[in-house]
Design a protein around this ligand. Structure first.
Ligand SMILES: Nc1ncnc2c1ncn2[C@@H]1O[C@H](COP(=O)(O)OP(=O)(O)OP(=O)(O)O)[C@@H](O)[C@H]1O
Ligand SMILES: Nc1nc2c(ncn2[C@@H]2O[C@H](COP(=O)(O)O)[C@@H](O)[C@H]2O)c(=O)[nH]1
Length: 384
C-alpha cells in the first residue's frame, strides 16, 4: 500500500517521495505509472505521471475519463497487462475501486488519435445483476417516451434518475434549464463534443442533442438507475459505446395516431411537425434493426404500455421503498494490502493489532465497458 517509487526512477519526480502515502508506482510493459502526488491536494483529483524505461523519458500523459477525487491513501496493482486497479482507502464503497487504463483498446485508439501518451480513468462498478444498468428509451417524436419516463420517475423517485441531455433547441414554455435539458449554444456544444465530453450526440430534427458523460455519471453517483431519452442515432452510438445498458424502443399504434399526438401536444410549429413526422418514418424502420433494441413496446393504451415497461424492468408488484438498487462494493480501510494473480485480485482488509481481518477475492476476468465510462463486470466474494 502506498508503495514508494524507487528513487533512481524518479528524477524530477523525487519530491513526490516526500508524500509516499498517496502515491504508488506501477510497472506495466516497461512503463512505470506514478499515480498520485502532492499536487492532488490542489487539483483535488488523482494525478498520473509516466516513466518509460526503454527511452528513459519522463512524461505527463493526457488523462481521459473522469478522474477520481483525490484521497489521502491509495494502493494499486496492475491487472491484465492493460490497466491498474486503484483502491482508495476510506472512500464510500461505490467510489473505492478505479481502473487506470494504460493499454486497453480505447487507450490505444486515443494514443493514435492524439499522437501522445494517453491513460484513462474508469470507475469500477461491482454489481450482482442487471439491477443498475442504465435504460435507453428511444422512439419517434410524439410516441410518448417522455410521458412513460415521467410516470416511472414519479412512481419510483428514489430508484430512477433522468440523464439530462444537452440540446441547441430553444426551450419550450414550461421547460427548465438543467432539468429538462441543458440548453446550450451550438458553438459551445460542438466544442464540448470535440473535447470528448459526450457519450453520444446527434443532429435530430435540425438541432444538436447529446448525452454528456457527466449527465450519466451524476445519476449513477446519486445511487440511482439512469434513464436516457434519446433518438435512434443516439441509441446506436450508445450501443457501440462502453455503456452497458438496456435498450427499449417505443412504437406508436399507427402513424396517424403519432401525428395526432404530436399535433395535440402543441409544442411544435407546423414546419417542425412535418419534419418530425418525416424523420419518424425512418426511425420506425431503424427501430426494427436486429440487435439494436432489446425490447419493443407499442404505446397504444398508456396504462398497458406502462405496465409492460415495468414488467421489462422487473418492477411489477414492487414499490419504490422495497427496491434495493444500491451498488455493491468494498470499503477499503487504511490498513489493507492488495495483490493480483491469474485475473484474481486479493484484497486483505484490516487484521492489524487484533482487528478483524476480511479477505476479498475480486474476479476481473470478464470486464464490460470501460473508459471513458465505467467498468462493470468484476465480481467479488469474501474468502475469509
Ligand atoms: N398512450 C397514449 N395515448 C394517448 N396520448 C399519449 C399516449 N402517450 C403519450 N401521449 C401524449 O402524446 C404526446 C406526446 O408524448 P411525449 O411528449 O411523451 O412524446 P415523446 O416521445 O417524449 O416526444 P419527443 O421525442 O418529441 O420528446 C403528449 O401530449 C402525451 O400526453
Ligand atoms: N441522440 C440524442 N437524442 C436525444 C437526446 N435528448 C433528446 N433526444 C431526442 O431528441 C428528440 C427530440 O426531442 P425534443 O425534446 O426536442 O422533442 C427525441 O426523439 C429525443 O429522444 C440526446 O441526448 N441524444
Amino acid at each position: 500500500m502506498g508503495a514508494e517509487v524507487p528513487e533512481h526512477l524518479l528524477g524530477d519526480f523525487h519530491e513526490y517521495l516526500l508524500l509516499p502515502s498517496n502515491q504508488t508506482s506501477n510497472s506495466i510493459c516497461g512503463k512505470i505509472y506514478v499515480i498520485g502526488g502532492p499536487e492532488d491536494r490542489e487539483t483535488l483529483s488523482v494525478s498520473v505521471k509516466l516513466f518509460d524505461r526503454s527511452t528513459d523519458e519522463r512524461l505527463i500523459p493526457i488523462v481521459l475519463g473522469r478522474n477520481p477525487v483525490a484521497c489521502n491513501l491509495h494502493s494499486a496493482v496492475p491487472v491484465n497487462d492493460d490497466r491498474i486497479l486503484v483502491l482508495k482507502s476510506d472512500s464510500p464503497s461505490y467510489d473505492s475501486l478505479w481502473f487506470l487504463e494504460v493499454d486497453t483498446p480505447f487507450v490505444r485508439e486515443q494514443k493514435k488519435v492524439l499522437g501522445t501518451e494517453v491513460v484513462a480513468w474508469s470507475k469500477v462498478v461491482i454489481e450482482g445483476d442487471d439491477a443498475l444498468k442504465p435504460i435507453v428509451i428511444s422512439g419517434p417524436s410524439g410516441v410518448g417516451k417522455g410521458t412513460l419516463i415521467s410516470k416511472l420517475m414519479k412512481e419510483f423517485p428514489s430508484t430512477f434518475g433522468f440523464s439530462v441531455s444537452h440540446t441547441t433547441r430553444k426551450p419550450r414554455e414550461k421547460e427548465k434549464n438543467g432539468v429538462h435539458y441543458h440548453f446550450t449554444e451550438r458553438s459551445q456544444m460542438e466544442k464540448d463534443i470535440r473535447e470528448g465530453k459526450f457519450l453520444e450526440s446527434a443532429s435530430v430534427h435540425g438541432n444538436l442533442y447529446g448525452t454528456s458523460i457527466e449527465a450519466v455519471e451524476a445519476v449513477t453517483d446519486s445511487g440511482k438507475r439512469c434513464i436516457l431519452d434519446i433518438d435512434v442515432q443516439g441509441a446506436r452510438s450508445v450501443r457501440s459505446s462502453s455503456l452497458d445498458a438496456i435498450f427499449i424502443f417505443i412504437c406508436p399504434p399507427s402513424f396517424e395516431e403519432l401525428e395526432k399526438r404530436l399535433r395535440a401536444r402543441g409544442t411544435e410549429s407546423e414546419e417542425q411537425v412535418q419534419k418530425r413526422l418525416r424523420n419518424a418514418r425512418a426511425e420506425l424502420e431503424q427501430g426494427k434493426f436486429p440487435g439494436l433494441f432489446d425490447h419493443l413496446l407499442v404505446n397504444d393504451d398508456l396504462e398497458t404500455c406502462y405496465t409492460d415497461l415495468k414488467k421489462i424492468l422487473s418492477l411489477d408488484g414492487t414499490s419504490d421503498d422495497t427496491l434495493e438498487l444500491s451498488a455493491k462494493g468494498i470499503r477499503v480501510p487504511e490498513s489493507h494490502s492488495v495483490s493480483a494473480r491469474d485475473q484474481k485480485v486479493i484484497i486483505q482488509c484490516g487484521g492489524d493489532e487484533g482487528l478483524a481481518r476480511t479477505i476479498y477475492e475480486v474476479d476481473v476476468s470478464s470486464l464490460v465497458g470501460g473508459a471513458p465510462g465505467r467498468t462493470r463486470g468484476p465480481k467479488y466474494k469474501c474468502i475469509s
